[in-house]
Design a protein around this ligand. Structure first.
Ligand SMILES: [Zn+2]
Length: 107
């Protein structure tokens, strides 16, 4: 089984076209559609909906968005936690100050 460099589909051996470049790399094209879209028409495989690369990029985009949303929620939780801690510290300082004032007033 060989993987097409354009659409990403697995094709059985002895089908399609193997293009051997001058630098020694071998590109396998499963069909003339893939070969022409890549070489002749110069299309980007990530922008064509029928390629697996496009579908993979959609999946990775969705995963990235989900991760981004999760990070947002996490950041919001962290910010709330920090704000709560600050409020507690502020309250403690206020209480300490009022205690000090009360003691000074008694003297
Ligand atoms: Zn192909």
């Amino acid at each position: 089984m060989t993987k097409c460099v354009f659409c990403g589909r697995e094709e059985p051996d002895y089908t399609g076209v193997h293009l051997i470049k001058n630098d020694g790399t071998v590109d396998f094209y499963c069909s003339s559609k893939c070969r022409k879209n890549s070489l002749k028409l110069g299309r980007d495989k990530r922008k064509l909906k029928w390629t697996l690369t496009y579908k993979d990029s959609l999946k990775s985009n969705a995963a990235r968005e989900i991760a981004h949303e999760a990070k947002k929620v996490e950041d919001a939780k962290e910010a709330k936690k920090v704000a709560d801690e600050k409020a507690i510290v502020r309250k403690a300082f206020k209480e300490a100050r009022t205690d000090k004032k009360a003691k000074e007033a008694k003297k």
